[in-house]
Design a protein. Structure first.
Length: 270
């Protein structure tokens, strides 16, 4: 179903008083997976707070969905602003019961294009941006002993791939962090979900100049995420063929794994 058809369904979807108790916060929501997920959650009866740096795109989405989606512009790398935004959302909309932290970026690297500034930018947004959001929301959720936090990592975090040394490292860090926090959060009544997409058609991936196997739309990705959240899964990874391929690659002995990843090198990387 295309986005315009979803918008028509959402605008015709009845909104009752119980929906006001379902408040979600999505970061990285101005485009791609975050935008599509915001639409699906609104259709499912959620009140959705959307955050990103692109204020214009946020406002366009919020306006098109009337009272169901609310724009809260934010640069998640700003720790203080993230704390303020989380409090503002709960003051205006109510307690956040679902937080999906999807703000992130990708830049292809190589030995010749490997530099600290580029890695620092990805670490700042992908890792520390997520950490800032988690720091802002975990105390309120644990105090209420309820809620779910979903973190957007990537199947690229399963194992090292040529061209994704920095990006893959940030996603591997998020995977490790979620696994580490899961038991303690669970004991405090808060659920943790890890989202590991493969290639998804978004403005970010459209910049890629290499083949992207098993590419899916952002709408299809959002559907995978929503189903996984409804089932209470810890890990939501898709598409399944990409998930299996990457996990098998990780499970191989190093000699076999590197024999395969050598084939991924570009001519200018040999």
């Amino acid at each position: 179903m295309v986005v315009t058809e979803r918008l028509e369904l959402i605008n015709n979807h009845p909104f009752d008083e119980t929906d006001a108790e379902k408040v979600a916060w999505i970061t990285g929501a101005s485009s791609g997976i975050g935008r599509s997920l915001a639409i699906l959650l609104a259709l499912d009866g959620w009140t959705v707070a959307i955050s990103a740096r692109n204020t214009l795109e946020l406002e366009v989405l919020a306006k098109s969905l009337e009272t169901k989606i609310h724009a809260f512009p934010l640069d998640v790398t700003d720790e203080d602003a993230t704390e303020i935004t989380a409090r503002d959302i709960e003051t205006r909309l109510g307690p956040i019961s679902l937080a999906v932290f999807g703000a992130g970026t990708y830049r292809r690297d190589s030995l010749s294009a490997f530099n600290a500034a580029m890695i620092r930018d990805m670490v700042g947004l992908n890792i520390m941006g997520t950490v800032n959001c988690m720091q802002a929301i975990m105390p309120a959720m644990t105090a209420r002993r309820s809620g779910r936090i979903a973190v957007m990592a990537s199947v690229a975090g399963y194992t090292g791939l040529p061209g994704a040394a920095g990006y893959g490292a940030t996603k591997a860090a998020l995977i490790n962090m979620c696994e580490a926090l899961y038991p303690e959060l669970e004991r405090q009544g808060v659920q943790m979900t890890l989202i590991n997409p493969g290639f998804v058609d978004t403005p970010l991936t459209r910049q890629n100049d290499f083949p992207m196997p098993f590419l899916i739309s952002s709408e299809k990705a959002a559907e995978h995420i929503l189903r996984g959240l409804e089932r209470g899964q810890f890990e939501i990874a898709f598409p399944w063929r990409m998930k299996v391929a990457m996990k098998l690659l990780k499970a191989l002995p190093p000699s076999l794994r590197f024999a395969l990843t050598r084939r991924m090198l570009r001519h200018d990387q040999t």
